[in-house]
Design a binder for this molecule. Structure first.
Ligand SMILES: Cc1cc2nc3c(=O)[nH]c(=O)nc-3n(C[C@H](O)[C@H](O)[C@H](O)COP(=O)(O)OP(=O)(O)OC[C@H]3O[C@@H](n4cnc5c(N)ncnc54)[C@H](O)[C@@H]3O)c2cc1C
Length: 435
């Protein structure tokens, strides 16, 4: 069971998760680039530029950022078109927010009719299809993706929150999901270790799922790499993007310059650099004397994971608690006071754990820290950068990037290829945020 507690401000959730151990250390290790670049068989040199040298590489699509968004976009282009794709990262795929993500694919706190509702629903459907397809191939989605149908429980502690949860369960049911309102007695029966008083209640969605970000990233990368032998895919890791190169003739961006190489793009450049998207775009455009401000900000999160945790059993095995949300710039240092606060909050809901000090658990604990790409209006920014014909953004998913990744990838590919999409992309357009 995955569980979140309503905060007084309704938009904030505190989540506690008890789930089987499946985070393999070999998957979470930092990897260096293991896949060598191969020249795309279909990649024609760009006739336009006499400055293109033999060391430069030409791809249809160049993606900046190999987090869950960039990798999913790469996957979608590879599977859904015949275009060649290069993906660049200043580190490795799980070094950004993706590596810290809890992996909840939740609809509990999405509002039917809101702009992210359709995107989340579509994404949920695509993730479920991916898990089903694995099963149909005789593979275990739990092994490949860390996939679990955990269900989700959103808990409130006051009368007002109880009313809100009741309305939420009704609204989600009317929107076609299986959603139940649990009164305090129903909740006690379901989670006997949870502190429940007369005013405590919950919304329960049995179909909500969870994936493991590291396993899922490894699975997507493996699939993408199958296209490398056909000359359609290459990864450039540990290689930060330094600048864009513009065409003299039409002013479009024709190439991406990294610290080690130049990658030419024939069709599209997708910037999926998570919380770094704003600062990166600003720097890239400043080189041309242009101001470009995307208001994506890093929102830091601490996640506490306890391996082999036996003091409380809901689903048991690995316990994850958190995650915190704070604006602290690009700082990713561990703050023990945040961990202590998370642990204190856990004790408020699970009295059995109050006698356990977090310092007693240092042997088995692991803290994951990541910077969520926060957008002030709560929506990711997906689409063409105004003034250019080939530069696109796909960023700003804050605390929902894992859950929205596959829907976002489909949307990006549809927009680039000029196809009608499953989900209306207009609410996510870039021009809404350009200042
Ligand atoms: C503690 C925590 C818990 C979370 N829990 C959930 C959850 O339960 N469910 C959910 O859906 N989401 C969750 N999230 C949010 C989710 O992890 C993010 O929304 C998602 O990972 C964002 O993916 P991304 O690809 O946009 O960004 P990132 O994963 O940050 O990837 C961006 C990449 O861009 C690269 N980059 C940056 N600058 C450059 C450059 N100059 N050159 C080249 N590469 C560059 C970075 O190295 C990075 O790898 C959580 C996040 C945190 C921190």
């Amino acid at each position: 069971m995955n569980m979140a507690i309503l905060h007084h401000q309704q938009s904030h959730y505190y989540s506690i998760n008890f789930s089987p151990t499946h985070h393999s250390s070999s998957l979470t290790k930092k990897r260096s680039l293991s896949y060598k670049y191969k020249f795309p068989a279909t990649g024609n040199r760009m006739a336009r530029s006499s400055s293109v040298s033999d060391d430069d590489k030409v791809f249809d699509v160049v993606i900046v950022g190999a987090g869950i968004i960039g990798l999913s976009v790469a996957r979608q282009f590879l599977m859904d078109s015949d275009l060649s794709v290069a993906i660049i990262d200043k580190g490795v795929p799980c070094s950004g927010a993706t590596g810290a993500g809890q992996g909840y694919l939740w609809m509990t706190h999405k509002t039917p009719g809101s702009p992210t509702w359709d995107l989340s629903m579509r994404s949920h459907q695509l993730w479920t299809t991916m898990a089903d397809n694995l099963q149909a191939q005789g593979l275990d989605p739990m092994v490949e993706l860390g996939w679990k149908k955990t269900g989700s429980l959103l808990v409130g502690r006051t009368r007002a929150e109880s009313d809100m949860l009741q309305a939420r369960a009704k609204q989600l049911s009317e929107a076609g999901l299986i959603a139940e309102y649990l009164s305090s007695s129903d909740l006690s029966k379901r989670e006997p270790d949870l502190l429940v008083d007369n005013d405590t209640s919950a919304a329960f969605l049995p179909d909500d799922c969870q994936l493991d970000a590291h396993r899922t990233v490894a699975y997507i990368e493996k699939g993408n790499r199958n296209f490398a032998s056909k000359g359609r895919y290459a990864e450039f890791y540990d290689d930060p993007v330094k600048c864009f190169i513009r065409s003299d003739s039409n002013g479009d961006v024709e190439a991406v310059q990294t610290s080690k190489t130049t990658l030419y793009s024939k069709k599209a450049i997708i910037v999926a650099a998570g919380c770094w998207t704003g600062s990166l775009m600003k720097d890239l455009f400043r080189n041309w004397g242009m101001e470009f401000h995307v208001p994506v900000r890093p929102r830091k999160g601490h996640l506490l994971a306890l391996q082999n945790f036996n003091s409380l059993r809901l689903n048991h095995g690995l316990m994850e608690a958190g995650s915190s949300r704070e604006f602290a710039g690009f700082n990713t240092d561990l703050d023990e006071s945040v961990i202590n606060h998370i642990w204190k909050r856990v004790g408020e809901y699970f009295p059995k754990l109050r006698s356990l000090s977090i310092s007693d658990l240092c042997e088995t604990r692991k803290v994951r820290i990541g910077l969520r790409p926060y957008m002030p209006d709560g929506k990711p920014v997906i689409g063409l950068v105004p003034g250019f014909s080939n530069v696109y953004l796909a960023a700003g998913h804050e605390g929902g990037g894992l859950s929205m990744a596959l829907g976002t990838a489909e949307m990006v590919v549809d927009v680039v290829l000029g196809r009608p999409g499953n989900v209306n992309s207009t609410p996510f357009n870039v021009d809404r945020v350009i200042e």
